[in-house]
Each structure stands twice: as C-alpha cells, then as structure tokens.
Design a protein around this ligand. Structure first.
Ligand code: BGC
Length: 739
C-alpha cells in the first residue's frame, strides 16, 4: 500500500467510524439522529434521499431511467418502489448499506391498495361494508403481508372523494361522502401503520392524491380540477385532513391542477394547508412524474423550473421524475432553491427511516420465514372472506328470491361466473388470480342441488350458439344466477368511461334469460357505480359485489344461500343514466327545488332527479323499521352536545345487520348548505323482533362549516336531524341552536 493510499484508508476508517457512531446513536431521537447524519452529507447525497425510482418490476408508468442499481450505489437514489419479495429487497438493500459511503438504507414502497397477496375487496367495495373494524383489519393484514415481503411503505390509502362514476379511480376510494370517507381514511391509516411505525407488521401509509384528484372535469382521469375553496373544503378536504390527523406518515401530491396551480407545485396546498394548518410532519412525495408534467400544464418552461417550483412549494421526494437528481444542485447554485429547504426535506425522510428502525437493521423486513408463514395464511383468507361478504350490497330482491334454497337446480351463467382473473380487480398488489375462488367453485361448494354452467357470452362478444347453450341450461334449472359486469381493467387509473352501462352483449343476454320465465339473480362485478335501469327493472334480484378479491366466490355463495345476510350499503349513488352525473346525495336545495307541479324548477324533463339507488342504500333478507329520531333537547346552546336516539326494530324473520345513518341539515345559514349531510352511523345486529335504541352524539364541530367569511364554525339557528336506513329514506326532527 502506497503512502497516500494508506492515508486515505485511515481517513476512511476514521470517517466511517464517525458516521457509524452518529447513525447508531440509539439513545438519540430520530430528529437528532437525522440532524447528525445530515451534517455529514454532501449535496448529492442529500438529493439522493429526495429521489424515488421504480425498479423495472411491474412499473406503473413510463420508466424514465434505467440502471437503478448504479443509482443506488452512487447514492443518487435513496428510495425504490415496485420492488418487493424478501429476496429482491434484500439484494437491493445490500447495495445501499454495503456499497454507499453513508450506508443509508432504502425505503421500499409499493401500491398495496387492497391487499398484498391475500386480496381484499376493492376499497370502494370495502367502503360499502360501513364496518370500520373490518376495514381496519383489512389494512392491518395487507400491511403485515407487505412488510413480510420486504416493503415498508404503501401508496395508500387513496382518500379522494368522487361524485363521478365515469372516473375509473372511484374503485380505489371510499365513494362520495366526506364523513364516511374520513372515518374510512382513519381506519385505513391506522390499519397500515399498526401500533407503531417500526413494527415488523406495519408500513408507512401514504395519503393520496393531494388534492382534489377525484373531481376531474368530465370524469376524465388527470383532467383539470376547479371549484371554489368553500366547496373544496366542505366536500373534498375532510378525508385528507382526517388521514393526516390519524398520523399518516406521508402524503402524495396529485396529477391535477387546482385553481390553476398543479398540486405538485401548489404551495397553498402543500405548505399552507397541509403543513401549517394541519400540522403534517411527514414527507410529501409527488405522484409518478407529476413534477415533470407541470411543463405540460404550462406553468413552468422546463424540468428544472418544475423542480424549483415543487421544492419551494413543499415537495420532498420526486417520484420517478429524475428532476431533483438532474437539476436541484444547479438550482441551489443559482440561488433558486435554499439549502435549508433541501435540508428540511432530507430531514423529514431520514426521520422516518430512523423511526422504521432501518439503521439498526436494514433487513428487518426481510425474513424469509415470516414471508412464507404470513402471506395468504388461512387466517388472512378468513378475514378476506369476512369483509368480502360484508361488502356485498343487495340492490333488489323481489318476492324474496334470495336467499336461494341449496337444493334447487341452478344455472350459473355469464362471462364472470367461472372467472378468476378479474376477481382481484385493479391495483392488486402481488395478488395471484389462481389463488382466487371463482363463483362457480364457491357456489358448487355450498349447493346441494345441481349447478349447471354456461358462459352465454364473453365480455363484449355474443354468439348465437353461446346464447342458445345458456338458454338451454336456464330452461332446465329452477333459477338463473347471472354473473356479469366490467373487466377489472375498465376501472382504475386511466380507465375513465363515458358510457357507464353494462357492456351491451351482457345486458342483452340478461334480457333473454328473463324471457325464459325463470327467476334471474344478477350478480354484478364492477369497479364503479353502473347505470343499470333496465336490469333493475327486469331482474328478480341484484347483488352488487364489486371486485371482492381472493375469497370472492365463497363470499358470494355465502350471501346467495343465506349463510350471511347482506348488510352492505352503497358508498356512492348509482345513476339512472350517465346524463345525471354527477348525482350525489348531499346536494344543495337551489332556489327552485324540484316540484312535480311546476315546470320552472330544477329537474330533467326526461328522467327523475333521483339516482337509481341512492347513497347509503342496501337491502337485507330481513326488514327494519325506524322510530322518529329523538333529540335529548329541542333547544340547545352552541357548544353543547346533542344526543339523538332512534329505535330500530328487526321486523322480518331473520337475524340481520343494519347500518343506521344520521344526517343533518342547517336550515338557515350564512351560505347555502346541503339538504342532508351524513354525521354518524352505527352498524347494529338485530334478531327477529328485537329493538335497539341507537344513540348518536352531535358535537358543535358536526354542525360546523366554512361560514361566509371562511372561518370554520357553527351558526345558531334551526337544524333538521334525520335518521334512517339510507339517505333517501329518513325520518326527521327539528332542533334549535341558540347563542
Ligand atoms: C398513481 C399512484 C401510484 C403511483 C405509483 C401513479 O400512476 O397515480 O396512485 O401510487 O403511480 O405506482
């Protein structure tokens, strides 16, 4: 060894010792450790921590750069996504912690949206369960599976409110209501993050897409979003805020612009609202190349400016855009961004890496044995079956056609009856179609009579001989169960539809089946509310089953045969026609509310205003009756809580569960208010003949809104309190709030 090499060697040892001591100072707080590490970092290394790249495994968009291993090695890339499984993660983590100067471990993110290997119902489906415990458990299990497969960060929950079923991503959210959406957002964040960040069965949550992504004009994905700030705060903001307040560690910006400024460069959204008003302390990541796309939006001339706008707005991490990596150094040199802001962004990311415990053990999520035992375990499948059946909504059940007698002869028909590939829906993690139970398998496992199967048609294609074969088995059977719907890829990202009916050939075959005179049960599978007035009129019974995931066939059979009495309620209105869209329950009264006796009121001349099935709607195999809501006082002071009691009775002959819903309306306010807004719900179980008194507490906050002057608060005056089993069928009481 030459003299100078020897000197370098000694310096290296000293330097690394020093670094190691700082990194591994376990008694210090994450903040202190992050600061000490930060002080030793070069600007390039800092920028590396602000950079997130996809591996070439399962890329979800255009891959801008290749050779991610070199980027890890050079410290240019501090975070990866789309790399999972213990083997792959270990291989990449090894490069980071053995071959880089500072040995900073990588974060591993992935879209674990409704399950990693055990696939749960799509989020819109789970939302229909109105069961926060089950939704939380689904997120918990998804996190445990993901963490067992090497991951420590999920790009979920998506909490974007949407009133537009044309938008394909409604499948990923919780539907149209801010209050239900907020409760679900909290349940999912807590479920993903578990007891504490750093546990080996938990992952960091990422609330997305901030903000307003669910309101693109025309329902077309990525399109412009524009609305008043009042509307934004009243209807779209609450779930983001709830998720942040529930402790979400990270937030993802959205692709859209809002009020003329793309979210990724929107200082008002990212800094003023998210950080200053809500106190968010985690880090903000862009969506996939959304930084670069600001050039197309036309608010910056080039990528470099896009990086400056983003960093100055509050974006910490660049997903896949490679902009920070290419330009941020130059921007610092030119004084366009401040070193202090870069440091702050790096600190936010390092803090979470320390919290995760990755410095102590970068391979803590890389245990092959845990991976084998956790993924797709019998307990996980059982939990999936449980929430799957709770997510099913009974839309129609003429003459109690359902549940089916197990001894009857069944004709199972339709392109989805014997299908597995579609059941895991869109955004299906590492789910495998072969692990799914098809409807045919599920039904055959529970039926005692014969089950005949014919596809009848494909998704989009009809053939005379297919139809004839289907009609022949229908005629030989006692009842037809037709499993029809969309393909999974017809919803999700970049899957907006201008026509939201059932594919025509499927609707045609249903009508032919009805003509046989046999009772027809329609089992729908789809990622969005569909416009199905014809089916609603002609089918004997309809079950909305969304995409239920791994246990779909078992859950559907449980409901078909009555092993489980359906209890789901729609989290989003089902329109009669796309022409009604957007149609949602919490609309405003207008100056000319609909009056059937007057032409000059707000209505369509060719169709009712009301959707086909309203928000909160869903039937059971039993029936429920409701008392009037009883407030504990008719006059109450601002600041006082109000207790509301409603008695609900099971008036049918089977035990069942009911989602009891509470709505309010502020009758006179300084700004127009919705005709009803959900402010509470409880899911209760009742035996036949049993009555339960359901109690709700309304706080001042529940009656608050953004007033004329944009301050948030309640205004004294009259309120209507409504309770019932869906948003369109409620009983009312009036109360008065005084100063
Ligand atoms: C989606 C995000 C997703 C990201 C990474 C984007 O196209 O909009 O929701 O998390 O890709 O896969």
């Amino acid at each position: 060894m030459g003299k100078s090499t020897y000197l370098l060697f000694i310096l290296n040892i000293l330097f690394f010792r020093n670094i190691q001591a700082q990194i591994y100072r376990p008694s210090a707080t994450a903040e202190q450790r992050a600061n000490e590490l930060l002080a030793t970092m070069t600007l390039d290394e800092k920028i590396g921590q602000l950079t997130l790249y996809t591996t070439d495994w399962g890329s979800t968009g255009p891959t801008i750069r290749e050779g991610y291993k070199n980027d890890i090695r050079s410290g240019a890339c501090g975070n990866l996504f789309n790399s999972h499984t213990v083997g792959f993660v270990r291989e990449l983590q090894k490069v980071a912690v053995e071959e880089t100067r500072l040995k900073i471990p990588l974060l591993f993110g992935f879209d674990v949206i409704h399950g990693y290997k055990t696939i749960f119902p799509i989020p819109l489906g789970e939302a229909a369960s109105w069961d926060m415990e089950a939704i939380g458990r689904s997120a918990r299990i998804s996190a445990a599976e993901a963490a067992a497969a090497g991951l420590n960060w999920t790009f979920a929950p998506m909490v974007d409110i949407s009133r537009d079923p044309r938008w394909g991503r409604v499948m990923e959210g919780a539907g149209e209501d801010p209050w239900l959406g907020s409760r679900i957002a909290e349940a999912r964040v807590r479920g993903f993050q578990g007891k504490k960040i750093g546990d080996t069965d938990a992952v960091l949550a990422c609330v997305k897409h901030f903000a307003g992504y669910g309101a693109p004009i025309g329902g077309r994905d990525y399109n412009t979003v524009d609305m008043s700030e009042r509307y934004f705060r009243d209807f779209y903001m609450p779930p983001y805020e709830a998720a942040v307040k529930a402790g979400a560690a990270t937030v993802m910006t959205s692709f859209n612009d809002y009020d003329g400024v793309p979210a990724t460069g929107n200082k008002y959204l990212l800094t003023d609202l998210l950080r200053k008003e809500w106190g968010f302390r985690g880090f903000i990541v862009t969506d996939y190349t959304s930084m670069n796309e600001m050039v197309n939006h036309g608010v910056v001339a080039d990528d470099k400016e896009a990086g400056e706008l983003s960093l100055n707005a509050g974006v910490d991490m660049d997903m896949q855009g490679a902009i920070y990596q290419r330009f941020l150094k130059k921007s610092v040199e030119e004084g366009k961004v401040k070193m202090a802001d870069i440091d702050e962004a790096v600190r936010r990311i390092l803090r979470l890496k320390f919290d995760l415990g990755l410095f102590e053990d970068p391979y803590k999520f890389c245990d092959e044995n845990r991976e084998k035992s956790v993924l797709l375990s019998p307990e996980n499948r059982a939990a999936a079956r449980d929430i799957s059946r709770k997510s099913i909504v009974l839309l129609k059940n003429d003459k109690n056609l359902l549940p089916l007698d197990r001894n009857r002869k069944i004709a199972l028909i339709g392109p989805l009856a014997d299908n597995k590939g579609e059941l895991i829906g869109n955004w299906n993690g590492a789910g495998n179609a072969n692990d799914c139970v098809s409807v045919l398998e599920g039904v055959r496992a529970q039926a005692k009579g014969e089950v005949l199967f014919e596809r009848g048609c494909s998704f989009f294609e009809a053939k005379k001989e297919w139809l004839e074969a289907a009609l022949a088995v229908a005629k030989q059977s006692d009842v037809v169960v037709a499993v029809v719907g969309e393909q999974a890829m017809m919803s999700g990202e970049a899957a907006a539809r201008a026509d939201i009916t059932l594919p025509a050939v499927q609707e045609e075959i249903l009508i032919e089946l009805v003509k046989t005179g046999k009772p027809v049960v329609v089992v729908l599978m789809n990622g969005r509310p569909l416009a199905i007035p014809n089916i609603a009129e002609n089918a004997g019974a309809i079950l909305e089953t969304w995409w239920l995931g791994t246990e779909a066939g078992n859950a559907i059979a449980d409901v078909l045969f009555g092993g489980y009495n359906p209890s789901g309620k729609l989290p989003m209105s089902f329109p009669r026609s796309v022409g009604q869209v957007p149609v949602f329950y919490n609309e405003k009264n207008t100056g000319r509310p609909f009056d059937p006796n007057s032409k000059w009121t707000s209505k369509y001349i060719d169709m009712p205003n009301a959707p086909l099935y309203p928000f909160g709607y869903g039937l059971s195999y039993t029936t429920f009756s409701y008392s009037d809501p009883k407030p504990d006082k008719i006059v109450f002071k601002k600041g006082e809580n109000l207790q509301i009691t409603v008695s609900v009775t099971n008036t049918g002959s089977r035990p069942g569960e009911e989602v009891v819903q509470l709505y309010v309306r502020d009758l006179v306010a300084s700004v127009t208010r919705p005709v009803r807004e959900l402010k509470g719900f409880q899911k209760i179980a009742l035996n036949p003949g049993e009555t339960k008194a359901v109690k709700f507490t309304l706080t001042e906050r529940d009656l608050s809104f953004y007033r004329r002057d944009m301050t948030f608060g309640a205004e004294p005056g009259e309120f209507e309190i409504m309770t019932g089993g869906n948003s369109a069928d409620v009983k009312k009481a009036k109360v008065l709030m005084t100063e």
